[in-house]
Write a protein that binds this ligand. Structure first.
Ligand code: COA
Length: 265
């Protein structure tokens, strides 16, 4: 059962398909801001444009369920490195990632989160890519693995690292080799070491997200360990058939509500 109550001990992760017929995508298009429409229109290929429109429209619908406002009324702010945040309430945090025909959005309270989703694609040059992007010891570790483990290990490492950088908000503007993560099969995801300005490695939490066998995904945040709840996958056709949610009650956050209950519904 999908839940739209979020507390300080949980992270909700919503997988959503982004492929759908043009008329369905048209419904999502109507929810977007002029800035999002301008971004959508910059895509050269129709399939990419449609995936962007559906991912952003779905994001608005999901957030609107927590906020109890209309999806089109949600306002976003962007950091210098492009990380989006809700204009209000600031304590509801989210991050998103898109790959292939899937998008992911993670939602929590009070802590910055980073999310990465990648469709796993076999490539001859995984070690070369690792050499260009990973920390030296991570690259050596990948090289030492048996061939049948390399693909999963590469994507485990990549998604954990990108999720970490997205939690910080720097994205790939910060070097991927300025910190190290654990990624061997059977090894719990964790930050092994990082530069001092990224905080203490032990303060970070990394989670793998099993959302689809063809994709790797990871979540990162700092501070206390949170329960990660992977929600049912959203299908855009079914979502648009159910109608866009209307506000049903005043938002349950702010002084005396969220502060007292530790939650946001
Ligand atoms: C963040 C970043 C790593 C995402 O790259 P990606 O693998 O292509 O994309 P993903 O699908 O995983 O994530 C994209 C989502 O991350 C979020 N995002 C964008 N910038 C972000 C940042 N700096 N930190 C965290 N999240 C960010 C957005 O929601 C974005 O989705 P949207 O564009 O549909 O809104 C990449 O955009 C980056 O390195 N950005 C920083 C570069 C920079 O400093 N730019 C300055 C000019 S804005």
């Amino acid at each position: 059962m999908a839940s739209f109550f979020i507390d300080c001990e949980s992270v909700h992760v919503w997988p959503a398909a982004t492929d759908c017929p043009a008329d369905i995508a048209g419904g999502f298009y109507k929810l977007l801001s002029p800035e999002e429409i301008a971004r959508a229109n910059r895509f050269r290929f129709e399939a990419d444009r449609r995936a962007f429109v559906v991912a952003h429209g779905t994001r608005r619908v999901i957030l609107s369920k927590y906020l109890r406002i209309a999806p089109g009324d949600i306002r976003f702010l962007y950091s210098d490195h492009g990380k989006p945040a809700l204009a209000e309430p600031r304590r509801l945090k989210f991050n998103a990632s898109n790959s292939g025909s899937l998008s992911l959005i993670a939602v929590t309270l009070d802590v910055e989160i980073g999310l990465d989703l990648e469709r796993m694609e076999a490539a001859e040059n995984l070690e070369e890519l690792a050499c260009r992007s990973f920390d030296r010891e991570e690259t050596q570790e990948l090289r030492s693995l048996p061939p049948e483990q390399k693909l999963q290990a590469f994507y485990a490492c990549w998604t954990r690292k990108e999720a970490f950088l997205k939690a910080i908000g720097a994205g790939l503007a910060a070097p991927l080799d300025s910190f190290r993560v654990a990624f061997r099969a059977g090894e719990a995801p964790r930050v092994v070491s990082c530069s001092r300005r990224m905080g203490a490695a032990a303060d970070w939490n990394l989670h793998d997200l099993a959302v689809d066998s063809n994709y790797a995904a990871a979540l990162a945040y700092r501070g206390r360990f949170r329960r990660v709840c992977i929600q049912p996958r959203i299908d855009p056709v079914r979502l648009s058939a159910s109608g866009w949610p209307e506000p049903t009650a005043p938002a349950a956050y702010g002084e005396g509500t969220a502060a007292a209950t530790g939650g946001l519904e």
